[in-house]
Design a protein around this ligand. Structure first.
Ligand code: ARG
Length: 441
C-alpha cells in the first residue's frame, strides 16, 4: 500500500502543481469516506471506455478515496430490445416498461454491472455489484408506464457495508416494490435520489462530451447557479436538452449543502477535474451571492488585505485604504473574489484591484464578480501589467486596449475619444499600491 501511495503521489505531482493536488486530496479525504463522491456513469461510457474508466476509478481507490458508483445501461438496453424486435415507447422521457421489456432489461443491466465490476477487479480494485435493495419503489403510473418505479426510499445499508469493508460499491439502476417486484428506473432519477441520500461532497457525471458546451461548442468551465442561472436559461443557444440538464442539476443541488458541487467531465479528464483548481469539465455549484459595499469595515479590510496579498503575492502599502475614493466594492460571500472600484476621471469608475484566489477561479467566482461588475459599472476603465497572466483575459473582455511599456490600459463602454484619452492617461500614471515592485496590478 505504501508503495502504491508513493506511485500515486508521483502521478499527482505530474498533474502540475502537486500542491494543488494535495489540497484536493486532503479535502476529499476529510469527509466521512463514503461521502466523498457519487459518480454516475452513462451507459455509453460503460460501453466504449470500460478499460479507461476502470483505470480512472482504480486511481481514486489507490488514493484511498471511496466513491459510490452508479451506472445506467440505456444504450445496451436499446440494442438488446432491437435485436429482440421489441418496440418500446418513451413517455415524458421514461421508457414504458412492459413485463416483456423488463425480461430483456434485467439481464442487460446485470451484465453491465458485472462487466464494470470485472474491469475494476482486473485493475486490482475490490468491487462489488449492488443490483437490488437500494431503491424502494412504488409504481409511478402502472397503467401508462408499466414497471417504471417511483423511488420511495433509498436504503444505503448495503452500500455502506460494502464501502466500510474497503470494497467499491457499484450500484445498478434497478428498484423493487415492497413485495419484491423488480422495477425499471430512469438513471437520472435514480442518481438524484441516491445523491440526496448520500449527500456527497462531489457529484460526478462521466459523459462522452465531458461537460456542457457553449454556443461555440467549447466546454463551459464553471457555472455558479446563483449568479448565472437566469442568464443561461435566457440564451437561445441553450437548447432544450441542456436546459433540462441545468434545471435538473439546480434542483439536485438545492437538496444538498452549499459546499456540494457537480462536475460533468469525461473519463480522460476525471483526474484533472478533481485534482486541479482549473479542472477539466464543467463545474456547477450553487455559488455565492455577490455583495456590494461602499466602505471597508475593519473586518472587511482585514479580509481584503489577505485576499489581495495572497492573489498578487505582494505586500499592500500600509496607507492603501486611507482616503480611498471608493465607488464600490464587489465581492463573493467567502471573499474568494473581489473587485475594488474607485471614482476616477470624469467620475467614471476605475477598477483598481481585481483579485481572485485560484480556488475561487475554479469555482467560477471570479467570473461571477466580473459579471456583477460589468452590470454595476457598464462604463469602466483599468490597467494591467502586460506580463500578468490575467491580461490576456482582459483583452477578451475590453472594448479598447492601449499598450505602453509594461502596462496595458483597458476600457469598456466608454465611447467618447477625449474621455478615453483621459482615462488612459489617468490609469497609466497612477502610483503603485504595493510595497515592493508588484508582479501584477
Ligand atoms: N478540483 C476542484 C473540484 O473538483 C475544482 C474543479 C474546477 N473545475 C472546473 N471545471 N472549473 O471541485
Amino acid at each position: 500500500m505504501a508503495e502504491i501511495r508513493s506511485i500515486v503521489n508521483q502521478v499527482l505531482s505530474q498533474l502540475g502543481a502537486s500542491r494543488e493536488a494535495r489540497y484536493y486530496l486532503k479535502q476529499f479525504s476529510s469527509n466521512d469516506s463514503s461521502q466523498f463522491a457519487v459518480i454516475k456513469i452513462g451507459g455509453a461510457v460503460m460501453d466504449e471506455q470500460l478499460g479507461e474508466l476502470a483505470a480512472a476509478l482504480a486511481f481514486l481507490r489507490n488514493l484511498g478515496l471511496m466513491p459510490i458508483i452508479l451506472h445506467g445501461a440505456g444504450p445496451q438496453l436499446d440494442k438488446a430490445l432491437e435485436s429482440a424486435s421489441i418496440v418500446t415507447q418513451k413517455r415524458q422521457g421514461l421508457r414504458v416498461t412492459t413485463p416483456e421489456v423488463m425480461a430483456v432489461a434485467r439481464p442487460v443491466i446485470y451484465r453491465a454491472n458485472r462487466k464494470l465490476v470485472y474491469a475494476l477487479e482486473e485493475q486490482g480494485v475490490r468491487a462489488q455489484g449492488i443490483q437490488h435493495g437500494v431503491f424502494e419503489c412504488d409504481y409511478l403510473n402502472k397503467k401508462e408506464l408499466g414497471l417504471v418505479g417511483q423511488i420511495q426510499r433509498v436504503d444505503l445499508e448495503a452500500v455502506r457495508d460494502v464501502a466500510q469493508r474497503g470494497i467499491l460499491p457499484v450500484v445498478a439502476c434497478l428498484g423493487e416494490n415492497p413485495t419484491g417486484q423488480v422495477m425499471n428506473l430512469n438513471a437520472d432519477i435514480a442518481a438524484r435520489e441516491l445523491i440526496w441520500a448520500v449527500e456527497p461532497h462531489k457529484i460526478i457525471f462521466l459523459t462522452g462530451t465531458g461537460g456542457l458546451l457553449d454556443e461555440h461548442g467549447r466546454i463551459i468551465s464553471s457555472i455558479s447557479l446563483r449568479t448565472d442561472l437566469e442568464y443561461l436559461l435566457k440564451q437561445d443557444w441553450v437548447h432544450s436538452g441542456m436546459r433540462l440538464k441545468i434545471e435538473q442539476i439546480s434542483r439536485l443541488l438545492d437538496g444538498l449543502p452549499d459546499t456540494a458541487s457537480v462536475s460533468i467531465t469525461s473519463v480522460e479528464n476525471l483526474t484533472r477535474e478533481l485534482f486541479t483548481h482549473r479542472g477539466a469539465g464543467t463545474l456547477i455549484r450553487k455559488g455565492e451571492s455577490i455583495i456590494e459595499h461602499h466602505n471597508f469595515s475593519p473586518q472587511e479590510q482585514e479580509m481584503a488585505v489577505k485576499l489581495l496579498e495572497q492573489s498578487f503575492g505582494r505586500r499592500l502599502g500600509e496607507d492603501y485604504f486611507d482616503d480611498l475614493p471608493l465607488e464600490c466594492v464587489l465581492r463573493s460571500e467567502s471573499y474568494g473574489a473581489m473587485a475594488i472600484v474607485l471614482k476616477g476621471v470624469d467620475g467614471l469608475p476605475y477598477l483598481d484591484k481585481f483579485a481572485v484566489t485560484p480556488e475561487a477561479q475554479g469555482a467560477g467566482l471570479g467570473a461571477a464578480v466580473w459579471q456583477a461588475l460589468i452590470q454595476r459599472c457598464p462604463a469602466l476603465y483599468w490597467r494591467s501589467r502586460a506580463a500578468n497572466p490575467v491580461t490576456r483575459w482582459y483583452f477578451e473582455q475590453a472594448d479598447t486596449a492601449f499598450s505602453e511599456d509594461q502596462w496595458v490600459a483597458f476600457s469598456i463602454g466608454i465611447r467618447d475619444f477625449g474621455q478615453l484619452e483621459r482615462c488612459k492617461v489617468d490609469s497609466l500614471q497612477r502610483a503603485e499600491s504595493w510595497v515592493e515592485e508588484a508582479e501584477h496590478d
